[in-house]
Design a protein around this ligand. Structure first.
Ligand SMILES: *[C@@H]1O[C@H](CO)[C@@H](O)[C@H](O)[C@H]1NC(C)=O
Ligand SMILES: *[C@@H]1O[C@H](CO)[C@@H](O)[C@H](O)[C@H]1NC(C)=O
Ligand SMILES: *[C@@H]1O[C@H](CO)[C@@H](O)[C@H](O)[C@H]1NC(C)=O
Ligand SMILES: *[C@@H]1O[C@H](CO)[C@@H](O)[C@H](O)[C@H]1NC(C)=O
Length: 417
């Protein structure tokens, strides 16, 4: 940080033209007094830097402590706080941030400081990222019925030419491009959905869903949970194994360090400020576009499992839940999660999913270390999942019958154990 060094410490000669005798005269004149004045300058410099550092550190500390609380990413303040003596633990010297990082940080800070929650017009944007068809339209139509001013729907279809049946989905397809699964196109499609949904100022939460997703609860239950929240629900953890940090390439340095590279399921529910951050980011996006590809350097890096997760982990680690509100069954431990067909689905299966109150992560290394965390909503333990996947197209009628006959009563009480 150049402004921490006052001019007296940096020896700048304003007149260095060698051909002017005047300059030579002035320099030789000052030679004799150089030693004394430079020592005095040094002490003055140290004093001024100290005052400056304490001042800036102090201002930032109060600023951080009072107005922002958990919003601010701590890491950026570390160098200043350490100088001030707030953090005493010996840590390696902080890396000098690039111009772009500082710019990105300032923009992020400003976006995060405006959190207009609990406004009267609070809508949830349901963003469907699909290959083409939407097999569960009827289920969603019944789910949305009677809540017209409280939601909006956007569809991004990779293939064109799929007509929608329900009025909920008619005319809701946005301009789209073909998505190659596992590539950066997926992030582009997510950003396209976010951009369209952000146009409506009332949209405060942005839920990314696939065609195989279903809602687990009725609309009011989901609306209440999201409208009460002040964090984003993004699945995120550090996996040291080959399917986690093993996918990292050094080209991502210095902006994305190895330890920053996180992993999680693609299906997020983010609040408006995080949606804006994802849209506004180009710094980290470019790194993932270049260095996170399937088949790159013999590792399959899928941006949809790393980009949003790592971005939000770097910018606002306290602001995300670290689990996804969309359930998926990975227990088979195959390349793809389990698909549920009509024959697999009954009321008790759905009840079991709705009953889960602890989320878990398993590392992909040989240790297969499992970490569990309770799903807390504003500090209160509630079921983790609002949505679930993957439910096949052929199961839609069967599912509709089960969901709307039985399983859609709300759990009014938080779960206590
Ligand atoms: C949402 O907030 C209201 C009012 O603060 C509270 O009564 C309710 O229990 C909260 N619901 C959830 C799901 O957190
Ligand atoms: C999510 O994980 C980060 C560490 O990566 C942690 O700082 C943060 O508090 C976690 N979020 C919640 C809501 O527990
Ligand atoms: C529900 O389906 C599961 C398989 O998905 C099965 O194991 C279970 O026995 C079924 N329960 C009932 C009550 O039919
Ligand atoms: C839900 O979980 C509770 C406690 O973990 C258990 O007592 C209850 O039987 C479960 N219900 C269902 C439907 O699985």
């Amino acid at each position: 940080m150049p402004f921490l060094f006052p001019p007296s410490l940096s020896h700048t000669y304003t007149n260095t033209r060698p051909d002017t005798t005047h300059a030579q005269f002035r320099r030789s004149q000052s030679m004799s007094t150089q030693k004394i004045s430079s020592r005095r300058g040094l002490w003055l410099g140290i004093l001024i830097s100290f005052v400056l550092v304490s001042l800036i550190g102090g201002v930032l500390w109060t600023f951080r402590a009072s107005s922002f609380n958990s919003i601010l990413p701590e890491r950026f303040f570390e160098p200043l706080l350490k100088v001030q003596g707030v953090k005493l633990a010996p840590t390696p010297p902080a890396r000098v941030k690039t111009d772009e990082e500082i710019a990105s940080y300032v923009v992020s800070l400003d976006i995060l400081s405006h959190r207009p929650f609990h406004s009267k017009s609070f809508k949830i944007a349901f963003m469907f990222l699909t290959r083409g068809p939407l097999p569960h339209e009827h289920i969603w139509e019944r789910f949305f019925k009677g809540h017209e001013s409280m939601y909006s729907v956007f569809v991004h279809a990779s293939e064109e030419g799929h007509s929608r049946i329900s009025p909920i989905f008619m005319g809701r397809d946005i301009w789209s491009k073909k998505v190659f699964w596992g590539k950066i196109d997926m992030i582009d499609a997510e950003r396209r959905l976010l951009a369209n949904a952000l146009l409506d100022k009332d949209n405060k939460y942005f839920v990314l869903l696939s065609e195989s997703c279903i809602p687990l609860w009725d609309f009011n239950y989901i609306y209440e949970h999201l409208s009460n929240s002040s964090i984003s629900y993004v699945d995120c953890f550090y996996d040291p194994g080959p399917h986690g940090a093993g996918r990292y390439l050094d080209g991502m340095k210095p902006e994305v360090q190895h330890s920053d590279f996180h992993k999680g399921a693609q299906w997020f529910a983010v609040h408006r400020q995080h949606a804006l951050l994802i849209l506004a980011d180009s710094l980290y996006y470019r790194k993932f576009k270049e260095f996170c590809k399937p088949g790159d350097a013999n590792r399959n890096c899928y941006p949809d499992e790393h980009y949003v997760q790592t971005l939000l982990h770097i910018i606002d680690p306290q602001g995300i839940s670290n689990w996804s509100v969309t359930y998926v069954d990975w227990t088979d431990q195959k390349a793809h999660p389990r698909s549920f067909h009509a024959g697999d689905i009954n009321l008790s299966l759905l009840e079991k999913i709705k009953n889960i109150t602890v989320s878990s992560h398993v590392t992909s290394d040989l240790k297969k270390l499992e970490t569990k965390q309770p799903c807390l909503w504003n500090g209160v333990k509630y079921p983790c999942y609002l949505f679930a996947r993957k439910f096949s197209a052929d199961s839609s009628n069967h599912l509709e019958a089960i969901l709307f006959n039985n399983a859609h009563q709300s759990a009014d009480q938080p779960i206590r154990e």
